[in-house]
Design a protein around this ligand. Structure first.
Ligand code: GTP
Ligand code: MG
Length: 218
């Protein structure tokens, strides 16, 4: 759960990239690292096996200070997608404030996408998180490839408002949009629970702008 420390005026937020093996979660973090202003992002920690598969998780912190003097630290995590890492996925998901579900858009991946969506719902519930109210977006990734589905994951049971963001993460396309859509939902959720605007004069524009606006223009 997002944690606000009254004494140090620090807000800690946890965002998790979830999804099937090889869907592009780690690629999203690499692309964000490339695109974000070095003044707001920290080091990207990845823990891979030799064939580039995530072993435990990846993590990249993003931090900024709002004009109202609140220090915000957002930690972006990925889970390992391989089936054998089921319990690690559950642990990494603990206490998350927002989840981006990265899906490989190819029709060949339909069954695995649905299986991992169910795995996500199960693991959210195991952590006491409600998938109907948790900020959640779906990234439709790998749209550069042949044989992608033309629907927006109609088979994944979910609340009607979950946004679907198109992406080619390998080319860096759609990754900022995905994080932006998720942080927008996240801001609104935290504003409801913590009163970001009322107590700290922190607007959604400041929250998003700090993370997303100071990026390189390509
Ligand atoms: N063509 C294409 N390939 C992509 C895209 N995004 C990721 N990939 C490739 O998909 C493979 C897996 O990407 P990763 O980011 O390592 O996948 P992951 O979801 O972190 O995988 P695990 O850590 O095993 O769960 C890599 O070879 C990527 O280069 C994309 O948009 N298009
Ligand atoms: Mg990975």
């Amino acid at each position: 759960m997002a944690h606000f420390n009254e004494e140090s005026r620090e807000l800690a937020v946890k965002v998790v990239y979830y999804g099937p093996a090889l869907s592009g979660k780690t690629t999203n973090l690499h692309a964000l690292y490339q695109k974000m202003d070095p003044r707001v992002r920290g080091r990207l920690m990845t823990l891979d096996t030799k064939d580039d598969r995530t072993l435990f998780f990846d993590m990249m912190p993003v931090f900024f200070r709002t004009p109202g003097g609140v220090k915000v630290k957002i930690k972006l995590y990925t889970v390992p997608g391989q089936v054998m890492h089921e319990s690690t996925r559950r642990i990494v998901l603990q206490g998350s404030d927002a989840v981006a579900f990265v899906a490989d858009a190819r029709t060949s991946e339909t069954a695995s996408t649905l299986a991992y969506w169910k795995d996500l719902l199960r693991n959210l519930e195991a952590n006491g998180l409600d998938p109907r109210s948790l900020p959640l977006v779906i990234q439709k990734n790998k749209l550069d490839l042949e044989g992608v589905r033309d629907d927006d994951f109609a088979d994944l049971p979910r609340a009607p408002k979950v946004p679907v963001i198109p992406a080619r993460a390998i080319q860096g396309e759609g990754v900022l949009e995905t994080l932006g859509a998720l942080l927008s939902l996240c801001y609104r959720d935290l504003d409801r629970s913590l009163g970001l605007a009322r107590r700290f004069a922190m607007t959604e524009k400041e929250f998003l702008g700090a993370v997303l606006s100071r990026v390189e223009v390509r």
